[in-house]
Design a binder for this molecule. Structure first.
Ligand SMILES: [Zn+2]
Length: 98
């Protein structure tokens, strides 16, 4: 008996897909536009930060904003460590730089 085991190559060799521009990052939360789950309205901000023509979080309290982002990432099922890391990165976004 011959069993033919067909190995399905699950590893897809990622062809470098050229974006129109360099990967743009949200100036508010540092999310690269390629990771944006929605359609960004603004070329400065992602679809989560900027909706209906305005910033979702208009305040300037970084800590509060980070908390909101963390919660929203967790809600989207991101693992806590990753979510924590991205939350940490927010402080380097253009919006929060002084
Ligand atoms: Zn954003």
């Amino acid at each position: 008996m011959t069993k033919t085991v067909t190995k399905t190559a699950t590893k897809d060799t990622s062809k470098s897909v050229r974006n129109k521009k360099e990967d743009q990052m949200c100036e508010s939360c540092m999310m690269p536009s390629s990771k944006d789950p929605g359609k960004p309205e603004s070329d400065k901000y992602c679809s989560l930060c900027f909706q209906n023509g305005k910033l979702v979080y208009p305040g300037n309290n970084l800590k509060e904003f980070q908390k909101l982002c963390y919660q929203s990432m967790r809600r989207r099922g991101m693992n806590p460590l990753k979510a924590w890391f991205f939350t940490f990165m927010i402080r380097f976004a253009k919006r929060w730089k002084k």
